[in-house]
Design a protein around this ligand. Structure first.
Ligand SMILES: *Cc1c(COP(=O)(O)O)cnc(C)c1O
Length: 234
């Protein structure tokens, strides 16, 4: 594929996704500006990731810290999001590069992020990853564990919990993912009452199910396949 062909194809996919987000917002009376599209670049080259950013996708996500370091060095102007597991020994190098850690999946990681935030003097903004579907292959806290995580976080000044993140189980019919997204939003509402925090952010929705997630209140959607399928892995 030539550069121009690649650019035109990617531009069309980005436009199609933005139209679908806008249509989902319109169905439930939301302002599309409240939904941030994160292009998940884990399957593509730096060249393709750069192109997405040049085409106006300001937020990029990676699920592996080392891959995020590499691509963030090449595209420092993007808002980077870590959406996968963060090992504590990679925390110091990762946190300064990202706008949000979506994937706090243990109390130990929360405590380590708190230590980092206290040392630098500004809290680290994070989302708590929740395993709503109960699948053993997925990371995150069980929904019933999250209130205790928030109780711990109330005593910490180095982290700020901005909301929740989840991955729905794959469903051939995307409508079948709706209960997962409703569960995350209702958990957020419960935690809001318990803590008094805004908890404004819900990171939910992937290529297969993002329109349903937007209808149920997603503020971040994380899209890989629908943008990047067959576009130049490294
Ligand atoms: C890969 C990944 C995505 C993107 O998934 P697609 O189905 O390719 O859109 C979203 N979130 C997380 C946590 C991921 O690892």
């Amino acid at each position: 594929m030539t550069d121009t062909e690649l650019k035109n194809l990617l531009a069309e996919r980005i436009a199609a996704v933005r139209r679908r987000i806008a249509a989902a917002c319109a169905r439930v009376g939301r302002d599309p500006a409240t939904v941030t599209l994160i292009a998940v670049t884990k399957t593509v080259s730096v060249r393709v990731a750069t192109l997405a950013w040049e085409l106006g996708v300001g937020d990029l996500g990676e699920n592996r810290p080392q891959e995020l370091w590499r691509k963030a060095a090449a595209i420092p102007g993007a808002n980077w999001h870590l959406i996968g597991h963060l090992q504590r020994n990679k925390l110091d190098r990762t946190v300064p590069l990202v706008q949000r850690i979506h994937s706090v999946d243990s109390q130990r990681l929360l405590m380590a992020l708190d230590t980092f935030g206290c040392k630098r003097g500004t809290p680290v903004p994070v989302l708590i990853e929740v395993n709503c579907s109960g699948e053993a292959t997925k990371g995150g806290f069980a929904p019933a564990e999250v209130p205790a995580v928030c109780d711990t976080a109330r005593t910490l000044t180095g982290v700020e919990i901005r909301g929740l993140m989840t991955m729905a189980a794959y469903e051939p019919d995307p409508q079948a993912t709706r209960p997962t997204f409703v569960m995350l939003r209702e958990l957020r509402d419960t935690l809001r009452r318990r803590t008094g925090w805004p908890l404004a952010e819900l990171s939910m929705g992937m290529s297969n199910d993002f329109e349903v997630a937007v209808e149920e209140g997603a503020t971040f959607v994380r899209l890989g396949t629908t943008l990047f399928e067959n576009l130049g892995a490294e």
